[in-house]
Ligand binder design. Structure first.
Ligand code: C2O
Ligand code: CU
Ligand code: CU
Length: 457
């Protein structure tokens, strides 16, 4: 609904039971009782206001991932939206956040380019369980530059949200930390520490789905919304000639030029906007999207069945967008962030830390100046998908090699750091002074304190 020059959406967060596995009911926490939540569509330059009403019995926080958003609407981890009528804050949390009751109008100015964003819960200490139970949805932004391109459109422009889940015999999601007795079983606590994995891959909430496609080009906006699982997406069989995927966009919107990919290595929270040409297959063919990092059931992502010949006037132009390159040499400051598990000598057992410190919502770790380019170095022990709020960045060096790696093209807001690797990014914050977070997007790592505040000024 368009009112006072802004697009308005209203979403109610509530419990629901939905059918994911045939004949079984899965209780979820859902935006409007759905999983994935409803897709929100914005126009660049037109503000979008989303009223979130909390009809759950727990506090929630909504974050628009990839949003260029003023701090009050960014979903700071202690800015709780309390259930209507409840005034009891979660244990151990002082009223440090900007607390709301019953509902909150999140305001997104949409001063940003076309991109595939998503929204999800972001409550401190509790993001893993709420997202796992369903609090995630797409939020797309369109603009004139993208509209003018001859890329596949409408029913051939398909967002794909990939998640993995485990189910019990009744169809309920199994999330170990909600059942503390499970953590006492051998190995389970370590699995939780590493990040919660499921053994069933869901695409847009469905296990091993099949999409009927025309023998034509399709644009897929692929989001890995899993808590902790990484995927290597492959097409089987591949096309007779050329790359199976042509990447046209990443987290922060269109690339300058298309980028051929043999496969897609995607970490939690990353987005790959790709074109697949089913015109290179025959009618009747089934093309499987596999996960090369999976085994058994986690190898299976989805299937495409080519059902008919069809006209296709789409095309992938040689130039997609005018993309500014951030000049890393112009960086005014270099900062280092070390992502590592606590060793007992620090006194914090079993936690994931940034620069040796557990997350504290009151502590400001970094104070970037708006408008200045900074060089941020991410250093890790094991795999961590590092995410920064407010503005995207560009990868300038990975593992000692200059330039972005194969899967790092374009504007990124989440970057996967491999064990023992250093990744350097150029970043520049703009427009909004205030408190934001950067964190590991393995949601269990995030909940176990691998998060840090920065305050722009
Ligand atoms: Cu997608 Cu701070 O999160
Ligand atoms: Cu984010
Ligand atoms: Cu991590």
């Amino acid at each position: 609904e368009r009112r006072n020059g802004a697009d308005h959406y209203a979403i109610t967060q509530r419990t629901a039971e939905i059918e994911i596995l045939p004949g079984k009911k899965t209780p979820i926490l859902g935006y409007d009782g759905e999983f994935p939540g409803p897709t929100i569509v914005s126009r660049s330059g037109t503000p979008t206001v989303v009223r979130h009403t909390n009809a759950l019995d727990i506090p929630v926080v909504v974050h628009l991932h990839g949003g260029h958003t003023p701090s009050v609407s960014d979903g700071f981890p202690t800015d709780f939206v309390m259930p209507a009528g409840s005034h009891e804050l979660p244990h151990g949390h002082a009223a440090s956040g900007r607390i709301k009751h019953g509902h909150f109008d999140y305001e997104y100015p949409m001063k940003q380019r076309a991109a595939t964003l998503w929204y999800h819960d972001h409550r401190m200490d509790f993001t893993g369980p709420t997202v796992y139970h369903g609090l995630a949805g797409f939020h797309l932004i369109h603009d004139d530059e993208e509209d003018a391109l001859p890329l596949p459109k409408d029913e051939r422009d398909v967002p794909l949200m990939i998640t993995d889940r485990a189910f019990d015999g009744d169809g309920a999601f199994v999330y170990p930390a909600l059942d503390p007795t499970m953590l006492e079983e051998p190995g389970v606590e370590d699995d939780y520490m590493a990040g919660v994995l499921g053994d069933v891959v869901l695409v847009n909430g469905a296990p091993w789905p099949e999409l009927e496609v025309d023998a034509a080009r399709y644009r897929f906006r692929i989001l890995n919304a899993s808590n902790a699982r990484r995927y290597r997406l492959q097409l089987d069989p591949g096309p007779s000639d050329g790359d199976p995927f042509t990447q046209v966009g990443s987290d922060g919107g269109l690339l300058a030029e298309p980028h051929g990919l043999g496969d897609i290595l995607i970490a939690p929270a990353e987005r790959f906007d790709v074109v697949v040409d089913f015109g290179k297959y025959d009618v009747g063919d089934t093309v499987t999207m596999r996960n090369g990092l999976g085994d058994g059931s986690t190898e299976n992502v989805m299937r495409f069945r080519v059902v008919r010949k069809a006209s296709d006037d789409s095309r992938i132009p040689d130039t997609l967008s005018e993309v500014e390159e951030l000049d890393a040499d112009a960086a005014t400051v270099t900062r280092e962030f070390e992502f590592a598990r606590a060793t007992s000598s620090t006194g914090h057992d079993d936690m994931w830390l940034i620069n040796g410190k557990p997350y504290d919502p009151e502590r400001v770790d970094t104070r970037p100046t708006l408008g200045e380019i900074e060089l941020w170095r991410f250093v890790t022990d094991v795999h961590h998908p590092v995410h920064v709020h407010l503005d995207p960045f560009q990868v300038v060096r990975r593992g000692g090699r200059p330039g972005p790696g194969t899967y790092d093209e374009g504007w990124k807001d989440t970057v996967d750091i491999r064990p023992g690797e250093v990744v350097e990014v150029a970043i520049r914050f703009a427009d909004y002074a205030g408190m934001y977070v950067m964190h590991c997007h393995n949601l269990e790592h995030e909940d176990m304190m691998m998060m840090s505040n920065f305050e722009t000024m």
